[in-house]
Ligand binder design. Sequence first.
Ligand code: SAM
Length: 288
Amino acid sequence: MENKRLYSPTHIKDILDRYGFKFSKSLGQNFLIDGNIVRKIVEEAAINKDTYVLEIGPGIGTLTEELALNAKKVLAVELDKSLLPILEESLQAYNNVEIINGDILEIDINKIIEEKLNGGPIKVVANLPYYVTTPIIGKLLEEDLNIESINVMVQKEVAERMIAQPGSKNYGSLSVFVSFYTDAKIVIKVPNTVFMPKPKIDSAVIKLEIKKDLPDIDREKFFKIVKAGFSKRRKTIINSLSSYGFDIEKDLIRKALEESKIDPQTRAENISVEEFMKLSTVFPPLNI
Ligand code: SAM
């Protein structure tokens, strides 16, 4: 395939002019214009001719094209209807690409995997719209889908929060959530110059490898306790948990902390995922 030039800024401008397309800030539209980054994203995701890929937000198809050249099949979900005719033109040379118009947060992803991606396992690859990064990652992880890895561009600060370890200032409920489900790392640091229009912030590509055997715990209870623990970062864990509104006596909370070998005077930012998990198993039942 000769036509590998979707990422050239002049080509993008030409497409946008011809279709009268206007970037939507509210849909997080910052398109990639750097071929090296596009290739690196696909390389880091280790896509090959056996890989089924779900892409979120193909834009004008820049990353989609590189994925199509390397993968077995790419299924891309784009919310913005006005991009559909553009995608049709820019990806016409590829017969292993399918575009669905819809909101990734509303779509039944399990059904898509079953019906359009051979049942999985799949890899998710995307330059995510920043305004919905966390809900999208949340949905992909919580629904127990047949996903092998999630390889996505996110805001640099969000990437740092996702991979943060106990004791660091970025460690919080998002870090615990991501670490419960995945092995996470930052694979590429990306300057804002590779996008059109240029966002104010820097970005990073993060790789989340989904863990196969998740601990058999009450996840809802576990995540509520984590959220409560981090609700007042400056307070001790005993005070955060007892003032959260669980309506559980402080002494019972202290007992659960001690049983989990967590110092009641420490703060949530020093508590590991394993310690939070242990705590959730001995914590009194929650009424909220
Ligand atoms: N992949 C393209 C690229 O890298 O050049 C575009 C990435 S741009 C950061 C994000 C894309 O996600 C836009 O095309 C936007 O319209 C789309 N989008 C925004 N919200 C979405 C949603 N909820 N579901 C699906 N696509 C969405």
